[in-house]
Design a protein around this ligand. Structure first.
Ligand SMILES: [Mg+2]
Length: 277
């Protein structure tokens, strides 16, 4: 871990701006059977709050959820930027929401996917978003989960094929969504928008974060945040919450050192002014 982290932190300490891209569920917050109760790890929340308040880092939460669902769970001020539906939505810090218009083929596919869930009587365990539908089975036994998964896919596979939608397996469910609702697509586009010298890191836990790790290759630090290691494209692995807290603490320290350095550099100017009014 040290070998990649130390040079990154040195770059961070010397940069005027940095970007922290971070997934929400499973990364900042432990999983909860009731998704509306999935609050962040307490120590992690405090550090993220300080990093946002420091203003040197543009913090962007990248979630599979609707962007608007994140802010009530992540009680941070000033509020960070949130990308929802795997990057399809961008909720800016000024409250404005950006999302591409979905074409009729996509919308018809999603409405067919919804009808199939109605037929299976699975709407109550489903999450309906502006551009995708996810079925959740967290907390169920492995065999019940597999029953739901296979019956959903019997209908969703042909619907996805006919309407150009993608099927996405994630930790605790399956989702049908347009192919542009992908964290890798969002991260790749974002990296094209920012200054190439800006230090950037991406933290995530799920298989849905792997495409973002791949999009970051050669460009920034990638971190798998997960209690147990798994095969990943990420460079580092952190076990939450303790190692994640350490990481965010080091991030904050690097930004704070930069502030102290700037104050020191300005000091002679101030004293010169004082001497020669
Ligand atoms: Mg996650």
């Amino acid at each position: 871990m040290e070998s990649q982290l130390t040079p990154f932190l040195q770059t961070l300490a010397q940069a005027s701006q940095a970007v922290l891209l971070v997934d929400y569920d499973g990364t900042l917050a432990p999983f909860h059977a009731d998704r509306n109760q999935a609050y962040p790890y307490p120590g992690v929340l405090l550090l993220l709050q300080e990093i946002v308040r420091n203003r040197r880092t543009r913090v962007i939460v990248v979630s599979g959820r609707e962007a608007g669902d994140i802010l009530p769970l992540l009680n941070i001020h000033p509020r960070p930027e949130v990308w929802g539906i795997h990057g399809l939505q961008r909720l800016r810090t000024n409250g404005s929401m950006e999302m591409p218009r979905l074409d009729d083929r996509t919308l018809n596919g999603l409405s067919d996917a919804d009808r199939w869930l109605g037929y299976l009587q699975l709407r109550s365990v489903s999450e309906f978003k502006a551009g995708s539908i996810a079925v959740h089975w967290r907390g169920l036994s492995a065999s019940d989960a597999e029953d739901i998964r296979s019956s959903v896919l019997v209908g969703w596979r042909p619907i996805a094929e006919n309407s150009g939608l993608d099927l996405l397996n994630f930790d605790g469910g399956v989702e049908i969504r347009p192919s542009e609702a992908d964290k890798g697509v969002a991260v790749r586009a974002f990296l094209g928008e920012i200054n190439p010298g800006t230090p950037v890191a991406y933290l995530g836990d799920d298989s849905t974060d792997e495409s973002a790790f791949q999009a970051m290759q050669g460009r920034g630090l990638t971190v798998l945040v997960r209690p147990a290691w798994r095969e990943t494209a990420a460079q580092l692995w952190l076990q939450p919450p303790d190692e994640l807290r350490d990481f965010l603490g080091l991030w904050l320290k690097a930004c704070a050192e930069q502030d102290a350095f700037n104050r020191g550099a300005h000091a002679p100017t101030i004293s010169r002014t004082a001497r020669y009014p």
